[in-house]
Design a protein around this ligand. Structure first.
Ligand SMILES: [Zn+2]
Ligand SMILES: [Zn+2]
Length: 249
């Protein structure tokens, strides 16, 4: 156990230690200690034009281009992402989320803050909230990766006038995955009762613009369920900012 912890400490990306690029192996990845070289950032995380309501790329034949977005998650006003979910981000997110490499929050948050839509979303929010985990999942993992992203994002934007980070606005009451064995109706009903705003948080949510933050958006159904709970509690607007968005088929 100790050996594994020591190994993790040595391999985790640290801002003050030079390391090889975690994607291409170039040494050092950067003179400032970032874990990914600028060439890889340019290749795999270049800002791109995206639909403001579904965060998918605005490809030539995308219906979103003509304002006909069909993938926008319900109850979310706008959403933005830093990258498409895929190589090399999938394996790096897994290390961040499942293997305790929490320092990746800084790299991912920097990339999120570079997304063209992200600063506008940060600038207009009153409250910035992580997608919560169930108490059981939080106990197993020991941390909520989305909360680490919120804190890193707001550290990167210290001059922000009013946005307040708050991890107590929303509760996740039950796990929504895996749901493959459920019918569509059962899945929707499961999602609709998965999130709740605790009574003590209701006065803080009413009439506020809330920015939900998470690591991955797949279909957006989970974010939609969370946004629904916030709107039921009186939120004026709910937007989402994620690190990686599963691309369209
Ligand atoms: Zn590289
Ligand atoms: Zn769209």
């Amino acid at each position: 156990m100790l050996a594994r912890t020591a190994l993790r400490a040595l391999t985790a990306p640290r801002a003050w230690l030079p390391s090889a690029c975690h994607v291409c192996g170039t040494w050092p990845a950067s003179p400032l200690g970032q874990p990914i070289c600028s060439a890889c950032v340019q290749t795999f995380a270049a800002p791109t034009a995206r639909c403001p309501t579904c965060a998918l790329r605005l490809d030539v034949d995308s219906p979103c281009r003509i304002g006909n977005c069909r993938q926008a998650p319900a109850h979310l006003d706008r959403c933005a992402t830093a990258v498409d979910y895929g190589y090399p981000w999938g394996q790096l997110i897994a290390r961040f989320k499942f293997h305790g490499d929490t320092a990746w929050a800084n790299t991912f948050a920097d990339l999120m803050a570079s997304a063209p839509e992200a600063l506008a979303l940060l600038d207009r929010c009153d409250l910035c909230a992580p997608l919560p985990l169930t108490a059981q999942r939080l106990g197993e993992r020991g941390y909520n990766q989305a909360w680490l992203l919120v804190k890193a994002l707001l550290r990167a934007r210290p001059s922000h006038p009013a946005c307040k980070a708050d991890a107590s606005l929303l509760l996740k009451l039950k796990d929504t995955t895996p749901q493959h064995e459920l019918s569509r109706e059962a899945r929707l009903s499961n999602l609709n009762t998965a999130f709740a705003v605790p009574p003590a948080a209701m006065p803080f949510v009413a009439r506020k613009r809330v920015l939900l933050v998470d690591d991955i958006m797949t279909t957006g159904a989970t974010l939609a369920a969370a946004a629904h709970a916030l709107k039921m509690a009186g939120a004026a607007e709910v937007n989402a900012l994620v690190f990686a968005r599963t691309p369209a088929d």
